[in-house]
Structure formats: C-alpha cells, structure tokens
Design a protein around this ligand. Structure first.
Ligand code: SF4
Length: 1002
C-alpha cells in the first residue's frame, strides 16, 4: 500500500489508558487505546521503565487475548464425569457458597487437606498470605516446575538470582555469557539490553544446545549438550585456577572463601565453618601480620582492582597456591594466627591446613573449591566430549573471560562507603557478566550447575561490580534469606508464617516424627529439602496416592495441570479421574480458577471464571516479583481499562471474598464482616509489617512517602496518574557492591528490603548444605530416615559439583552406594564423602537405547499455552515440528519433513521433523505448549494444534525411573524437564501427516 494511503495521524480511539501487560511475565507498561469502550489497539508505554515503549508481538496481540472466544463466561458446576466437559452454569452465590462449604469443612477438620497451588500468576504475595491465613502448609506456585534451581542456587549463594532479580550491567559489560536463556525470558528488557551491547560492539556468547532467539544474534554460539552446563562452567573454573586468574581480593572481601572449614571426619561439626567463642568465623593469617593494611577496591592507596596483577589484601603465596592445591600436599602451617574473618583489612591465608585450638585441622574454603575444580576431571580435555565443546574452545573462553575481567577492568569515579565504614573514591568493575535461566535449571543437576556458575562469577569478581551482573532491588538479601517455611499453626488456625521459605538446617524441614514428608508435594522433606518454590508437578500423583495423607480439595489457579504443565500428561489426566473402591474420586473436590477454557477446566468440579488482565486491578509488588531494574526499585499495578462483558470476577477479589465467608483471620473482622471490599482495597490498606504494604509508591496519608508509610487512600489513583508504575532510584553511592555497600544497605533498610545494614556474605562455600549432609551422616537431632541418607549425603555437597543428571533420576541411589553404609554414627565425614567427581556414564546414562536429548523452547511469540487462543499469534504458529540437525537426520535415513515416531521409555509420539542446522547434533527440540487437547480452548476440532501439534510432555515421566522420587533435582525438586532422552523411529508412511501418541505397552 502506498504510504500516502495510510492515515498515520488518525486517532486510534477516543481514550487511552495505561496499565501493565500480562501476555508474558515481563510486565511491560502498555497503553490501551479504546473506542466506544472497546479495546482497539495496544502499544508500549514510552515512559515505562521496563520496556521504554517497546512492545512485542505478544503484547500487541493482547487485544485478541482479551476478546478470545476461549474466555470463560460464568461459574460452572460439573454435572458429568470428570474430563467429559459436562457442566451447568451457576450463579456466583451458589459457586462461592459451595466453595465455602468445602473449604469451611476442611478448615474445621484439618487445614492441610486443602492443596492450594497456583500457576504463573503474579499475585503470590496475596495467594501465599491467603494460604497462611487459611492455615494450610500445602501451598505453592509454579516455581518448582519452572526454575527453582536458579532461584534457590542464587539465594543460597549470593542472596540474589538471575531470573528477574538481577541483570547484566547492560551499559558497561563488555562480555556476556548467556547460559540456557529461553528466548521469551525477561523478553523486552533483555532485547533492549542486547541492543545496547550490539551498538557498543560488546561480545555475546550463547551457551545453548539450540541457536534461536537471543542466541541467534550472539557473536558466538557454544552448542553444549543438555545437562552439561555445570561441567562446562567447572572447566572454565579449572582454567582460571590453573592460570591463576582469580580475583582473590574480591573473594576475601565479599565471600566466605577465606573462612576456615573444620576437617574432622566423623565429628558432628566436620565441614562446618570454624568459629570463635562469639560465633565469628575464623581465618588464618601469618603470625607476623595478623592485621594487614590492605587496599580497598577503588581506594587511592592502590589500584584496588584486585585480580592477580595488583597488591592484594590477602596472602595467597602464589607458589603455595599454584599449587600445593593440585598436589593436595596436606602442608600444615605453624606460623599463623587465627582471627575474626569478618574484619576489614586482613590478609588471610587461603590455602594450606591449619591447626585449630584443641588440635583439629581446618582448611580455607577456597582450597576446598579449588581442589575440586583443579582435579583432572574438570580439565577441558576431560569434559570436552561430554559437553560437546572442544577443549581448545573451553580454554579460549576462559582466557577471554580473564582478559576482559582483569585486563579491561573499568573504574567509575563514584565515591562510596563500605560496611566497615571505609570510604572509597571509586568503584572498580569486572566487565564480564552472565545470565542464565531455565536451560541449565531444568535438569536434575541444575542446582549445582547454577551454583557453579555463581562460583565462576565470584572467581572473576563479577557480581555487582561495574560491568558485571547487578542485583535488582529488593535484592541482595542475606544468603539464604531468613524466612523459613512455616511448620505450625497459631491458636486461631493461621500458619505461623508463609508456607514457602528457605530451610537453613534439618530442623527447618516439614517432616513428621519418622522423617516422612508432611506436605502433599513432599517439598521441604528429606526427598527435596530446599524446595523453595514447592513441587506443583508432584501434587496430583501424591494426592491420589494419599501420600503422605489424603487431601479433600485441590484448588488450582492458572495452572494447566491437565495438559502442558504436567509431566506424563496422559497419566496425569487419568489420575485426575481416579476413583477409589467406593467409586468416589480419589481427589474429592477440584476447584479451578482461570480466565480461559484450558484443558484443565475439563477436570474441575467447580470452575471460577477469572477476568482478563485488562478487566481488573493487579499488583506487581516489591513483596513478590517487582519490576525493578538495577538502577531503581519499581513496582506497578494493572487497572481495569474495560469492564467485563461476562459474568466473571477477578480471582483476587474472589479469594478475599472466600476468606471473608470463611471468616479467616485478617479477612473478616470480629463481627464476621469482610475487612476488605475487594482486591483494590486490599492493595491500598493491607500492611505486611508496620508501614510496609503491597505498593511502595505514594505512601503516607498525603502520598509523600516512598517505601514505608501509612496507607494512602488515593494510592491507586496516584499510580494511574503516573502510568501505573512507581520507581525510586537507588542512590548513586549505592550503585554497586551492594552486598557490602553501606550507602545502598541504609537505603534498602529505609525501604524495608533488609532488616539491617550489615554485610551480606556470599557463600562460596555453602555451609547450609553441609548441615544436611551431617544429618545424613548421623549427626544432630533431626536426621533423615535410613532410606534417604545416602542420597542426601551425596547431593548436599557444600562445594559445587557436577554429576550426570540422569544419574540422579534413574536409580534410587548412586551406583555403588547403599543405604546401609550411612547408618547413624557411621557417616564417612567430609574427607570421605561420596566421590563427587564426574564419573563415567553408565550404559543407561549413555543413552544407548535413547541416544538423543530432547528439549523444548518457549517461543518468543507465545508464552507457554497463553497464546493458544489468540488468533493473531496462532497465525505465527498453530502447530509445531521437531527440529533435528541435518547430520542426525542423515544418520537415521530420515528426510526433512518426514513424519516419524519419537520414543522415550514412557511413550512414543508421531511428529513431523524438520532439518535445523542450529541445533546441537545430539539434541532434538520443539516449541513448548503449541499442541492442544481436542475440545479445549474453543478451537475447531480440526485445528492444527490438535491434528499436527504435539507436546514432549507425553514422553516425560513424572516419577524418576525406577524410583519413588519425583523426576527432579534431589536438592530442590526442580522438575527435570530437560533430562528427557529419546530415539527416532521410522514410520511406514512418512509422508502421511497426523500426530498420534502411544504409551509404552499400548
Ligand atoms: S515482553 Fe511480555 S510483558 Fe512485554 S510487551 Fe511483550 S508480552 Fe507484554
């Protein structure tokens, strides 16, 4: 069309309202253009801090999400069998009365009989609080099957996380490594950041078995084999240690690398940090110099850039370090003193063995990590074949990291004060940054893989320094944060705290007297002790099995457990319909809340229809997952830009209504009247602590305060006037080194983010893990049952390690280990702990029967299943194919475009393959969640999503093979989606289209 025919200056509508996008998890600011009260057009809000006006295909297609035919229209009550989709429409009063009756009975009997689990919602600050008021421990959101490995490893290591809680220093980083980052992750912010890097000519390296999305614009693609990221990171650490390219100064200042670790096999404190009488951690210094006038980063008295080329305030004696460690000569030092390791300006010894008062031995934590990664098992030549990356490339990547970090360090003239009160004139930066996401997390070795990357960052001095990875407020928090999962109830029936949290010792677990799980998902049990986000993927199986106990009601919100959120989809759908000997459903009641007619609706007894994101208030809170960037603390709201045209209600309103009907504490007053009119009222008036509410902006009665302050009745109006977001800049002096920056921490305390202004010590060595291992070795009041000991002992290693992820999910115990060897009192101790070195693959792990790794990618143009009903996005893709490297196709004598069978141990599915050279040869992949179950989403019965589209979920076991454990990481329970191994099988009619699936034995 000729340009002059386009009327570009015509108003799109008669009104524009701002709100926050919900077409993915990034929470960009949008402008919704309305005409006669209907949505005509959506574009990005140029003033919004997340996207600066950028809108993606998903965001712009929100109009079709809002007007989707798949929207639910009225509450539904099941009248047919589960799965039949036979419902009758009911009024809200009947729906809420029924839910109140079911939930009221439960609360009077045993609140834990309610399992309340939510999907990718953005109101967990409300839903978690609601569960706490109800009193059930059985609450979680979707993190357990998303990226809890990433979150937990970060929070236990440095009090932050990649995810959406930190970001590369986009304006200054010169070298970015993207580890397994899905192409829709943190979508617009990453795109904007990568654009900045490209403009500056900075190098981007994508480590990913598939080159799509962000990886497609990277300067270098490293096609790593799935599940070996941690091994590759370990090899990079090996090289940096071998070449002595380590920021020792940074480690000593900000981590516990110099803390002494007790080495006393068999003792109850073996492997714990040695402490003085006041509980202060100890380190060793040379006797003639217990104090050292060392330099501080950015101080005038020294270059302060640390690394290996400058004066440094530690004593590493290069000859000893480089390395007695490799030989592990056990050299004992006698000319040393033990001092408080948290002091400023000390020169600790970071290698060697030291004698503690009483004669026991201790070694610096640095040495323990160095011993592991300097072993030949982590040498590039040793890991190359397994990782699929040649050794020379690994050595080069390590050298590039070191060159940029140490030889191209940057210095910013920003004065700041550290937590010791020392003033500095500038900030020194290591312009190397890393970002990682689900690709490395969704393996049964993901927790340790993520921790290994964090150790790599620390080694380079590249966490929260100029040019490196940066925390986003409210992070950093103490590592780990102080909130633990609640275990008990108050007299009024409420839980004593939030059901989710971060255990710090075995005493924090939710287990019964026999050490068995208390939660329905087995989170925070000896099976998955650090399951910080719960295990949604295990709930249905366990509920049907009554394991550990029966539940009465499964209450799901936005969690498509009847399809793409379930492993072994067919089995899960059967479980939802399972009946007992009396013919009753084994899960007596299922309540499901969603805006759309997804596959899971079919299995609900009661359906509570939600609004679309354009019809309600939402709160993107600093108490939950805010929209901060490294420069600012920020939060946001959604406002209703149009009124619902159906008989639907915002789920958050419904939840508060239910709470009031149930007369839950803090939702109904003494007379039984609701305390909150609706969610908007709750957002404004609810306080989590005095002065700390859901929103940080315009607090105080006149709206003059930020962070803390009394409730402001006009708060939501002020947000609307300001584009539905609030941001407050971090003071310049608090720009970096936030874990030990007094200027930042004082500001963070004033905002309510941290309790004190004390330093946050990064956990190079994770003592929390060792506490669990000691329990497995027979120490302490709370110990695992005999059946769990070897597993806990193996995987709770305080030093990051790598193991083949299949080895954690294919046998109850690692080969060669038995339960018997770890009876109480017989633990092998730190020095004799199970061998953590990468070991040769077993036959099964080599995948001789199923030689290919199979993974999914979330498309940039759809967020999981959310785009399935969106007629604009369906034009981009209404079906998916299996992408295979051309060489792999040739080896199998399969043609590009053929229909083949993809088989795992669990099932096989018939799919079409396409040649894709940007796929690692040992990997196959497809888009996630395009395939649909016939009958759902109001799609036509011949929709390509049904006929040709498919899910890999059908091939994935919900239980780890041959075990009673869920298919996940033994530390956190993270669902091991990407450990799937498959093979390709010919179909006799490769040109005949059509998707089918068969379970093994069918
Ligand atoms: S990136 Fe996500 S939040 Fe931002 S516009 Fe796109 S869909 Fe919306």
């Amino acid at each position: 069309m000729p340009h002059k025919a386009l009327k570009l200056n015509q108003p799109t509508g008669d009104e524009v309202k701002t709100t926050t996008c919900y077409m993915c998890a990034c929470r960009c600011g949008i402008r919704v253009h309305l005409k006669n009260g209907r949505v005509r057009y959506i574009d990005g809000n140029p003033k919004h801090p997340v996207n600066r006006g950028v809108i993606c295909a998903k965001g712009a297609s929100g109009i079709m999400q809002h007007y989707s035919p798949a929207r639910l229209r009225k509450p539904l009550l099941r009248v047919g069998e589960r799965g039949s989709r036979e419902f009758r429409e009911i009024e809200w009063d009947e729906a809420l009365s029924l839910a109140t009756q079911w939930l009221g009975d439960i609360r009077a009997r045993n609140p834990d009989e309610l399992a309340f689990f939510t999907g990718r919602d953005q109101s967990q600050a409300l839903t978690g609080w609601w569960a706490q008021q109800f009193g059930t421990i059985n609450y979680a959101a979707h993190g357990g099957f998303c990226s809890v490995n990433m979150a937990a490893a970060g929070m236990y290591t440095f009090g932050g996380s990649f995810w959406e809680f930190g970001e590369p220093d986009w304006d200054r980083t010169k070298y970015l490594m993207l580890w397994g980052v899905a192409e829709d992750h943190d979508s617009n912010p990453i795109k904007l950041g990568l654009g900045k890097m490209k403009a500056r000519g900075a190098k981007i390296v994508a480590i990913n078995p598939v080159r799509t999305g962000y990886a497609s614009i990277a300067d270098e693609w490293v096609p790593v084999n799935p599940g070996t990221d941690g091994l590759l990171a370990g090899a990079l650490i090996h090289e940096l240690l071998r070449t002595d390219r380590v920021d020792f100064e940074y480690l000593v200042r900000y981590s516990n690398a110099h803390h002494l670790v007790i080495r006393d096999p068999g003792a109850a404190d073996d492997g714990l940090i040695a402490r003085d009488a006041e509980g202060k951690p100890l380190c060793a210094v040379r006797a003639f110099s217990s104090r050292h006038s060392g330099t501080a980063p950015g101080s005038k008295s020294g270059a302060g850039s640390g690394g290996t080329r400058n004066p440094v305030p530690f004593d590493h004696d290069a000859k000893t370090l480089g390395f007695g460690l490799r030989r592990n000569d056990g050299q004992k030092h006698s000319d040393f003193s033990l001092i408080d390791a948290t002091q400023a300006d000390i020169a600790p010894l970071i290698a060697g063995e030291y004698t503690l008062p009483g004669g026991r031995t201790a070694v610096p934590a640095f040495q323990l990590v160095a011993e592991r990664f300097l072993a030949d098992d982590y040498a590039p030549d040793s890991v190359s074949e397994r990782c699929g990356v040649d050794a020379q490339t690994i050595r080069r990547l390590a050298a590039e990291l070191a060159r940029v970090a140490f030889d191209e360090a940057i210095e910013l003239p920003i004065a700041w004060t550290d937590t010791h009160g020392r003033k500095h004139d500038s900030m020194i930066g290591r312009p190397v940054s890393m970002h990682a996401m689900r690709g490395i997390a969704a393996h049964a070795n993901g927790f340790h893989a993520c921790r290994t990357i964090h150790v790599l960052q620390m080694l380079l001095g590249a966490i929260d320094t100029p040019g490196s990875f940066r925390y986003q407020p409210p992070y950093p928090k103490p590592a780990p944060p102080g909130n633990k999962p609640a275990k008990s109830r108050n007299p009024d029936g409420t839980l004593t705290g939030n059901p989710l949290g971060y255990p710090q010792s075995p005493e924090d677990l939710l287990v019964d007297d026999r050490g068995q799980p208390r939660r329905i998902d087995h989170a925070f049990s000896w099976e998955f002790p650090l399951a910080a986000h719960g295990l949604l993927q295990s709930v249905i199986r366990n509920a049907v099995d009554g394991n550990p106990t029966k539940i009465d009601t499964l209450f799901l919100f936005m969690a498509n457990m009847g399809w793409n959120s379930a492993m072994d989809t067919a089995a899960t759908r059967e479980l939802l319909c399972a009946r007992d000997d009396h013919g009753d459903y084994k899960i007596p009641h299922i309540i499901y809340a969603d805006a759309y007619d997804s596959e899971t609706v079919a299995f609900a007894d009661l359906v509570l229809p939600d609004t679309t994101y354009l019809e309600r208030y939402d709160c993107i809170s600093l108490l939950d997952r805010p929209i901060s960037d490294a420069e600012s603390a920020a939060d946001a709201i959604r406002q209703p830009v149009v009124a619902p045209d159906r008989d639907v209600r915002p789920f958050q309103d419904v939840l508060l209504d239910l709470g009031a009907r149930l007369k839950l504490p803090n939702m109904a007053d003494a007379s039984g009247k609701p305390m909150y009119k609706d969610y908007a009222d709750y957002i404004v008036r609810h306080e989590r602590a005095p002065g700390v509410g859901m929103l940080a902006g315009w607090r105080g009665v006149d709206g003059a305060l930020a962070g803390k302050g009394a409730a402001n009745p006009d708060q939501l109006q002020r947000y609307v006037e300001h584009g539905c977001f609030f941001e407050m800049r971090v003071p310049e002096a608090g720009a970096y080194y936030r874990m030990a920056n007094r200027d930042y921490l004082a500001w963070a305390q004033s905002m309510g983010f941290v309790a004190t202004t004390g330093p946050i010590t990064m956990q190079w060595y994770c003592e929390v893990l060792q506490r669990f291992r000691l329990a497995a070795q027979g120490h302490g009041e709370v110990q695992p049952p005999t059946t769990e000991r070897a597993r806990v002992e193996r995987y709770f290693d305080p030093v990051p390690m790598w193991y083949a992820s299949q080895s954690a999910t294919t046998s109850p115990l690692p080969p060669g280990e038995s339960d018997a060897r770890s009876a109480p009192g017989e633990g092998p101790g730190l020095a004799q702990a199970p061998d953590p070195r990468p070991r040769p693959l077993s036959r099964g792990e080599r995948g001789e029967s199923y030689p290919l790794s199979a993974v999914t990618q979330r498309p940039m143009f759809m967020y999981h299943a959310w785009g399935s009903q969106n007629r604009w996005l369906r034009q981009i893709a209404a079906r998916n194919v299996l992408y295979v490297h051309p060489r792999t196709l040739a080896e199998h004598a399969i043609g590009d475009g053929d229909w083949v069978w993809v088989a795992s141990e669990r099932a096989r599915i018939r799919v079409q393959v396409r040649a894709h050279a940007a796929t690692a040869p040992g990997t196959v992949w497809t888009w996630n969640a395009i395939g649909k179950q016939r009958g759902a989403w109001k799609l036509r019965s011949d929709a390509p999503e049904f006929t040709d589209g498919f899910l890999l979920n059908h091939l994935i076991g919900e239980r780890a093979r041959d075990t009673r454990y869920g298919n996940g990481d033994p530390v956190t329970g993270q669902a091991a989606w990407f450990d799937l191994k498959v093979r390709l099988e010919h179909d006799p009619e490769p040109q005949v289209p059509g998707h089918r699936r068969q379970r093994t034995g069918d």
